[in-house]
Write a protein that binds this ligand. Sequence first.
Ligand SMILES: [Fe+2]
Length: 155
Amino acid sequence: MKTQELNIETKNTQVANQLNALLANYQIFYQNLRGLHWNVKGQFFFGLHAKYEELYNEAAEVIDELAERILMVGGTPLHTFNDYTQHASLVAVENISEGKAGLEAVLQNSRYLLGQFREILDVASENDDEGTVALMSDLIGSTEKRIWMLNATLS
Ligand SMILES: [Fe+2]
């Protein structure tokens, strides 16, 4: 039992770091969605304005889950704008008001995040970190669904 505990403790630093990089990207994703919600214009305004709001509310919940998972695996969640911009790979979208361009940005961000979930799932799985595996698994499922819906809308 002791060996197993030690094992998990040692290896989870890697998972915590990866989760922090994901958290930083998720904060950019969240703010991108807010910007899209505020800036959208045109004939699909009502639908898109509401959809972006639904998506950023979901993103806020994911952000909290990620931060709390980082604490559970022994890390400290990044929590300043400075840290997020330094650690994120996603680019902030600016002044997108057109519907199609906005949905394409959400699709691109979602694909990037999906790749990151898969990488973390692999490492967490190797480290017998079932809690992180389960969280990544749920996020993969919901993100694949969002990608399918975005693709259907854009096709
Ligand atoms: Fe609003």
